[in-house]
Design a protein around this ligand. Sequence first.
Ligand code: SF4
Length: 478
Amino acid sequence: MRIHIITYGCQMNVYDSRMVASLFKGEGVEETDNPEDADIIIVNTCSVREHAERRALGRISSLQKLRREKPELVLVVIGCMAERLGDNIPGADFFIGPRKYDRLPETIREIVSSKQYAVSSPSGIVTLLNSSASTGQVTFHPIRYRYRVNGINRQYAVGSMRVGATSRLRKPPHPYPEPDRGVTAFLPVMRGCDNFCSYCIVPYVRGKAVSRNPEDILDELRYLKERGVREVALLGQSVNEYRYGETPFRQLLRMVDKESSGVRIRFLTSHPAYMNDELIEAIAECNSVCESVHLPLQSGSDRILQLMERRYSVDEYRHWIRRLRDRIENIAITTDIIVGFPTETEEDFKKTLDIVRKTRFDFAYMFMYSRREGTKAAGFSDGVSLEVKKGRLERLIALQNGITREKNGELVGKEVEILIEGKSRREGLPMGKTRTGKEVIIKMQSEKCKVRNVKMGECVNVYVESISGWTLIGKTLE
Ligand code: SF4
């Protein structure tokens, strides 16, 4: 039996897809890159913007052809859309939202068991079964399920019948997902969010903020190190809000730093309302923690920030940027900005341009406001036309992209340390990132330039010679 996983959205979804793959592997189900070879297809979805939902729905719809050709194929939708829309999403068999991820191991067992039974049953009736791994007892779990007879009919069944023979109680190989991104990996330290920014769907679909036990985080870090991971990004929707008992995020960073032994540490996404001097001190003092902070601004207008319920002012935001830059030399600051929030005027937007010009972010993710049903902002009367939103986004992107290029260009003629992560897409040249997250390609050996071979996961010193687009080009230094 094989699964194919399609992932949309954020780093947390990338991690969750790996977790799902590991759990299936524990049930003896291998992964395939080819959807046509799969018996089970998982679509891991994102609800943050309407565009992301449309893409996932389009993909689910295009998979229906495969379902018709292969009636025994099971299609499972997980992620934020599964939480938000559930079985209103047409064309899938199972829906598991992030709020029910604690049930993932059982649900995956159910899917595998029901699938095995579905294949062997002459009647085609599918039964779901819920197994308790700790006691080995088999119990029945009534659940709504779409079943097929002779690969044609599809109906909903509620309830279950005994099919004990299909029960298998295998232990997952390891509680953590296997890293599959080469020498870099994600490590969630908390899940969910309690901030309820007025535009954001995340608290509704991912539930309240829950921080992980630091011992568990350190254990997963050791697991990643043993598998050759050289850079770990600690993840949380509002990561600097992390608190487990008496352990705040700054202390977690220090604990992770002690355990890292040469592994680079990043963290994202930070919320300006939870920045503090002690955290900045921890970032500065922990050698493994990279000089890079992602701090979403969202808007340069206090009026809009208030409507967004972000709980900081533009002045407070600028204060934290100054503190970070004063304490940590050459720190890279990246951000997120939304344009066209309901009621945003040209004056509000110009304030955003102004802070972008003054702050000179290293990079920014810039978006048009996307109305999300169920959020507070969905009830605001908009008043900003699509045309105006598009125009503002273009102006903002033009400004920020110019700044990004200039800031990257400042590294030309300098020596930087990069971690080799892989090969460049176009030319297949060794490629890595600086501690500040900037991409550097190492040029090939030539008569003029002798470069030594570099290995994945190696940290090398590179002399930056030029810039192409935003990408830096360099040569290794002996
Ligand atoms: S902090 Fe705000 S924007 Fe970020 S996930 Fe939480 S509610 Fe959404």
